[in-house]
Design a protein around this ligand. Structure first.
Ligand code: GLA
Length: 387
């Protein structure tokens, strides 16, 4: 947790101004426990909000100009809030908050300018949802300074998804924004992505802990491969719909996919979606009944399917998962997020955690000649004001 006092100090230095009146907000990253690539196919997912995340220190002024800086980025981004906001490659990271501001304005909000500093202890672009975190943070800051308009957290999540889909151009689903909006300490969020009905399930992990490993690999082509998977799923759904009136691909059963989808690539993707959707239900049940070994087994199965059928893991994530699976203290492990680099996590017996970490890091280095980093994951509350 970054201390508000320290954040105010950084703010004063960054903008050479007084931070006494600045308000401070926090938006967590998320780990997708299970339910990968199911959200944009209308199925069930089980993510959780983390204690790591992005902080926003905001001092509002009467100006229409918003100055944004980030402790993790070089370029300052300036937006005129009284003008049309549009996407620009040059704006880089600033497009995430900019997109949210554009859609808040469309909803009738009149965001006021000022200075906004972001600081983060969440690895960026690593499958822990740094983009949804900064979007939800922006949405909360600029919707809560408005006297006569309010949006609930679910509406803010919807708005951030629109910003990501239409402004940034990634055709993501709504899992990340919802986990960040509605996550709660020590709970996983069981979310039906077609209805947005949700339930908090106690993450009763017994004498186990969650350890996240960052491969350190970032794939710049994320947007391309992600949208390609979305199209492949659409193709599968189109084939099934010729024979059956389905709303979402996740509503199909294995038989439908095997018999009605001819394209072999679309078939593999669809099989993953349908089976992963079932695994989420089983995993939530396992958590509820305290059957942690069954929960762990489902994580391994999820990773195997993401590797073989959805083909989004890549050598580095597979190496972490392989190492985890070799170690006797590991109950389950899988990649988290979109894939192709980024993070994987493992569920591990607490009393053997140190040995486990040593083993995984060595195994990874020997195989890839790269260093992975790790942290213990704590499941925490969703986006909120902290000072
Ligand atoms: C990214 C997207 C999510 C989801 C995951 C994969 O994080 O933003 O909507 O599709 O990938 O499960």
């Amino acid at each position: 947790m970054l201390h508000p006092h320290l954040l105010r100090k950084k703010f004063s230095q960054a903008f050479a101004t007084n931070a006494d009146e600045a308000r401070i907000f926090f938006s967590p990253g998320r780990v997708c426990l299970i339910g990968e690539h199911v959200d944009y196919n209308g199925g069930m997912v089980l993510p959780a909000a983390l204690s790591l995340g992005i902080y926003g220190v905001f001092r509002q002024t009467d100006s229409h100009v918003l100055r944004m800086k980030s402790c993790q980025q070089k370029n300052e981004v300036t937006l005129r809030l009284d003008e049309e906001i549009s996407f620009s490659e040059k704006t880089g990271w600033g497009n995430y908050p900019a997109g949210v501001l554009k859609y808040l304005k469309q909803k009738g909000f009149q965001p006021r300018g000022g200075e906004l500093l972001f600081d983060s202890n969440l690895p960026m672009g690593a499958g822990l949802s740094s983009s949804a975190a900064i979007e939800m943070l922006t949405a909360l800051i600029f919707s809560s300074n408005n006297d006569n308009k309010r949006l609930g957290k679910l509406e803010l999540a919807r708005l951030c998804k629109t910003a990501e889909n239409e402004f940034v151009g990634v055709r993501c689903g709504i899992m990340d924004q919802c986990a960040i909006a509605m996550g709660e300490k020590n709970h996983a969020l069981l979310l039906d992505c077609s209805t947005l009905k949700h339930e908090l399930v106690p993450a009763a992990l017994g004498d186990n802990c969650i350890i996240i490993f960052n491969t350190g690999i970032k794939r710049e082509l994320t947007k391309g491969f992600f949208n390609q998977r979305v199209s492949e799923c659409e193709e599968a759904l189109k084939s099934i719909r010729k024979h059956k009136p389905l709303k979402h691909l996740a509503d199909a059963d294995e038989q439908d996919v095997k018999e009605l989808v001819a394209n072999p690539i679309a078939k593999k993707r669809a099989l993953h979606v349908v089976q992963e959707n079932q695994r989420v239900k089983l995993a939530a049940e396992a958590l509820k009944t305290g059957d942690i070994n069954q929960f762990g087994l489902l994580l391994f199965q999820s990773h195997a399917s993401l590797k073989r059928q959805y083909e989004v893991t890549g050598a580095e994530l597979d190496t972490i998962e392989e190492a985890a699976q070799n170690h006797p203290a590991c109950i389950g492990a899988k990649m988290s997020g979109a894939g192709f680099g980024g993070c994987a996590f493992a569920l591990v017996k607490k009393d053997a955690a140190e040995d486990f970490v040593r083993y995984v890091l060595n195994f990874y280095f020997e195989k890839t000649h790269c260093e992975a980093s790790y942290c213990y994951a704590e499941i925490d509350d969703g986006v909120r004001r902290i000072a």
